[in-house]
Design a protein around this ligand. Structure first.
Ligand SMILES: [Zn+2]
Ligand SMILES: [Zn+2]
Length: 449
């Protein structure tokens, strides 16, 4: 009889263990499936960036998908230009006071009009943008200045573009490059390469200062792109250019040199663009060409469509090659600074005006903000049960609402058992039950005997 009892206990135990294993395996498999689908969802959603530290994180995952949720003061960062191949949705927000004084770490090959190759470095918010998509982004008060002993292209958004798209982006600032090499350029939005620029605007001061007098450099300057091939549609450029070049000048209000770069790039329409401003330059060279024109400086490759471009542009050539052309012409300038505070809709900034020559620029931008009063109850309650409070701008009467929840008395938090523990507890309970059943069977058998 004892033998029979042990057999029954063993059968019950085997049944229980099988059930437990099946239950555990199924739950784990289900959890794993859930995790995979959650990860996929995350990869499609944009990482939100709300401060300067968030911008720094782009360098760790340059292929990522990002969206700005606030205007960001970039002056707190010692910015190193980043290679980028993801999506950046500015969502209409502004990066302000971006200061860049060094080239990025990445190099790419650039070419001159004879397809001679140069290893090149880049300066900008991004050094390199490859298959990147940058849209609805504003940059104000950018100061891009670099002195490079390698070939170098500098611009506010990116030094180099490979099949990248820029739409509804606005840049404002100054770009200044001191050249010690051969292939080099300055631009408002992108330095060198190919891409698409739609509905963008650039309000820029561009300065190229050539200190390599022993060789003839290839210099490029453009309000949107300094050298390359692109579709550029409905862009607005305000340009103030200064170019001292002891080599070959390629300057345009929109593109310095329109050129295939050795790439078969299919998108090449230049239409609906507006330019306002001037480029002051000299070309110190025995073999002068001095390309400088309002839309495209030198057109080495054709556009598919070239129409409806306009504006007011001055080609301002000088011939004193000893005087470096700079926006500031005083030997000992003295500036008067005026701070304009922000208001409800306009940015604040500091304007610097030279008392001698009148040269002026703006920097230290501050975002628009309302002058709100105190929060007050509205007497309304939200759908989720919060009290709705409101505050009103003293200047423009704009209102802002917030939801306030009454803090309830804290309750004991619900305890959640991990799966392993639940199985262990369930198993122990089952064992007790099995033991009881076995005991009863044995007891009945004994009794019957
Ligand atoms: Zn001055
Ligand atoms: Zn206001």
């Amino acid at each position: 009889m004892k033998k029979y009892g042990s057999k029954l206990t063993a059968v019950v135990l085997v049944l229980f263990l099988t059930a437990a294993v099946l239950f555990t395996t199924q739950t784990v498999a289900y959890a794993a499936e859930e995790n995979v689908s959650a990860a996929e969802t995350v990869s499609q959603e944009a990482v939100e960036i709300s401060d300067a530290q968030g911008m720094l994180a782009i360098a760790d995952a340059p292929e990522g998908n990002y969206r700005l949720t606030a205007d960001i003061d970039m002056s707190t960062l010692d910015w190193t230009p980043v290679a980028f191949s993801g999506t950046l949705d500015g969502a209409g927000h502004t990066l302000y006071n971006l200061h860049v004084t060094k080239t990025g770490n990445d190099t790419r090959i650039t070419k001159d009009g004879n397809l001679k190759v140069y290893e090149t470095k880049f300066v900008g918010l991004f050094s390199v943008a490859e298959k990147a998509n940058i849209h609805d982004l504003n940059v104000v008060g950018a100061e891009i200045s670099a002195e490079s002993d390698t070939n170098c292209f500098a611009a506010i958004l990116t030094g180099y573009t490979d099949d990248s798209r820029f739409s509804n982006c606005k840049v404002q600032g100054r770009v200044h490059l001191i050249n010690h090499c051969i292939n080099a350029g300055v631009a408002g939005i992108a330095g060198y390469g190919w891409g698409v620029f739609d509905e963008c605007s650039a309000d820029v001061e561009l300065v190229f200062e050539d200190r390599y007098r022993d060789a003839h450099c290839e210099e490029f300057m453009g309000g949107v792109l300094s050298c390359g091939m692109a579709t550029i549609r409905n862009c607005n450029v305000t340009i103030e250019g200064y170019d001292s070049c002891h080599g070959y000048v390629h300057n345009g209000g929109v593109v310095g040199m329109y050129f295939h770069c050795g790439v078969r790039y299919p998108e090449r329409d230049v239409l609906g663009n507006r330019v306002k401003g001037q480029i002051t330059f000299f070309e110190d060279n025995w073999d002068r060409r001095a390309y400088c024109s309002w839309i495209i400086g030198e057109r080495l490759s054709g556009c598919h469509i070239y129409t409806d471009n306009g504006g007011k542009f001055k080609r301002n050539e000088t011939f004193n090659y000893k005087v470096v052309l700079l926006p500031e012409t005083c030997e000992e300038p003295h500036y008067t600074e005026t701070v304009t505070p922000p208001d409800c809709t306009n940015w604040g900034y500091t304007e610097h005006v030279c008392d001698g020559c009148g040269y002026h620029w703006t920097d230290t931008y501050t975002p628009p903000h309302h002058d709100f009063g105190e929060w007050e109850d509205t007497g309304r309650v939200s759908e989720t049960g919060g009290k709705i409070q409101q505050r009103i701008c003293k200047a423009c009467q704009a209102t802002e609402e917030t939801e306030v929840f009454v803090i309830m008395k804290p309750t004991e938090p619900r305890k959640e058992f991990p799966l392993g523990m639940a199985v262990a507890i369930g198993g122990a309970g089952f064992l007790v039950l099995a033991a009881a059943v076995t005991g009863t069977v044995l007891f009945l058998r004994k009794k019957r005997k």
